[in-house]
Design a protein around this ligand. Structure first.
Ligand code: NAD
Length: 449
């Protein structure tokens, strides 16, 4: 198929590159000319494992990038909207969605032949059927379901594993206003053999995406609340508690051969310093706001957001327990991105922790395998030195704070093992063995007094 993708961020670029790899002819559109130039030069503007290689293989062949939306939509049969849908503090901000619908609609006014518009951005239930449809119809002067089709196809990729997730999805949700729109989505995803495909309405597709993110976010906040209670109890480690819970057959079923299914949600039943990123925080808040508008309070989700907002404070509490003042205390911060394998700093728990350390006058030595330059833009240089490697960041540190579960940080115990004065290790991700270092403080555990 000839496909245009409007919005070339994490989702748009990964979708574009992967759909080109699967054999479609794809044009990625973005208003950011710099980004487009880099993509056409075969350089990915984001860090994502495996993306550069796929981009280089397809650019100039099945894939190209442009700032000219009209040209891209004209030359395609199907347009995917993958623009941002931030939370504006009150509710979801649909301005990018509305603008994209208007711009595509204006092209459809002149274009002959059937065209399908598919919303891939995460939007609150009803947005495709109402806001997007209205925008397209007003700008094109044509009716959805006649001259053009309309679909909703939420994206479930995880940053850090985006390419693998897109190429091997757990399921593909194909929402549409009619059979013809869904058939076009089916054609788009034909190369994805053997994947469960759900045909449904646009509104249900939208709700599936929000429900999935809300469930995972709630599991994390649940684990964190239990971890905080373990800390308060003393002598009980949340890691042991969650392992005991997780071995329940209802959570990790036993297969006929006696082996256990250990579902991916293991990591969602672990305590830590909170979830971040561009999706969970904003999506849960948007759903709560949407519920409120409909007169349906979302009490449980409200709680999940509240727990998450205060969870980075646990790191601060652990530091305060050990240092009367942080002034001039040398603190190595391991991890800045909101999760491993990405350079994305959006809503990272590192943000409030670093800002607090800066305000306290600590001597901060930060390291992240890929998010260093994003962090420098955010925090500047006040009180912070940025390091390429953990080895230099932890030299002479009084405290080492682990904030992102990067695999390389597992080597921390061996790196500090020879030090005569041992730093306090504050483990915000529970990834360092409690007994592997001399002085340990982790979320979800406190020694009995
Ligand atoms: P992003 O901010 O990285 O990218 C959005 C891009 O759209 C930007 O490059 C922006 O310049 C461009 N854009 C906006 N309006 C445009 C227009 N009218 N014409 C051309 N380009 C335009 O966002 P993202 O992280 O890729 O997320 C996109 C959507 O996908 C959001 O709704 C998000 O919730 C959802 N989503 C994101 C992820 C994720 O892991 N990032 C996963 C699943 C779903």
């Amino acid at each position: 198929m000839n496909v245009s993708i409007i919005g070339t961020g994490y989702v748009g670029l990964v979708s574009g590159v992967c759909l080109a790899e699967k054999g479609h002819r794809v044009v990625c559109v973005d208003m950011d000319a710099d980004k487009i130039a880099r993509i056409n030069a075969g350089i990915s503007p984001i860090y994502e494992r495996g993306l550069d290689a796929l981009l280089q293989r397809n650019i100039g062949g099945n894939l190209r990038a442009t700032t000219d939306l009209a040209d891209a939509v004209h030359g395609s049969e199907l347009s995917i909207i993958a623009v941002g849908t931030p939370f504006d503090g009150e509710e979801i901000d649909l301005s990018q969605i509305k603008a994209a619908a208007r711009e595509i609609g204006a092209v459809l006014r002149e274009k002959s032949g059937y065209h399908v518009v598919v919303v891939k951005s995460t939007v609150v239930p009803g947005t495709t059927d109402e806001t997007v449809r209205r925008g397209l119809e007003a700008a094109s002067g044509k009716r959805a379901g006649e001259a053009f089709g309309l679909g909703m196809n939420p994206e479930f990729l995880r940053e850090g594993d985006a390419v693998a997730d897109f190429m091997n999805p757990d399921r593909i949700v194909m929402g549409g206003i009619d059979d013809r729109s869904i058939e076009c989505l089916d054609l788009l995803y034909r190369p994805f053999d053997g994947v469960d495909k759900i045909r449904t309405t646009c509104k249900t597709a939208e709700m599936i995406k929000y429900t999935a993110n809300s469930l995972l976010a709630t599991m994390i906040s649940f684990s964190n609340e239990i971890g905080n209670l373990c800390s308060a109890l003393g002598g009980v480690d949340v890691v042991d508690v969650m392992r005991g819970v997780h071995l329940d057959k209802r959570l990790s079923p036993i297969l006929p051969d006696g082996s256990r299914v250990v579902p991916g949600f293991t990591t969602y039943l672990e305590a830590g310093c909170g979830f971040g990123g561009s999706c969970f925080p904003k999506d849960v808040k948007a759903l709560i706001a949407h519920g409120r508008r409909l007169g349906q309070p979302m009490t449980l989700l409200d709680g999940a957001v509240t727990v998450n907002r205060t969870q980075p404070d646990q790191i601060i509490r652990l530091l305060k327990d050990h240092f009367r003042s942080l002034k001039d205390i040398r603190v190595a911060v391991l991890g800045l991105a909101f999760k491993p394998d990405t350079d994305d700093m959006r809503e990272s728990p590192a943000i409030p922790v670093i800002q607090w350390l800066q305000d306290e006058g600590a001597d901060i030595h930060a390291v992240d395998p890929v998010a260093g330059s994003a962090a420098r833009k955010l925090f500047g240089d006040r009180g912070i030195s940025y390091h390429e490697h953990m080895e230099t960041a932890v030299v002479e540190a009084d405290a080492v704070v682990v904030l992102t579960r990067w695999d390389v940080f597992r080597r921390l115990p061996e790196i500090i093992a020879e030090r005569t004065v041992q730093p306090l290790v504050v483990d915000g991700r529970r990834m360092i063995g409690r007994d592997a270092v001399a002085r340990y403080a982790g979320i979800g555990y406190r020694e009995m007094n």
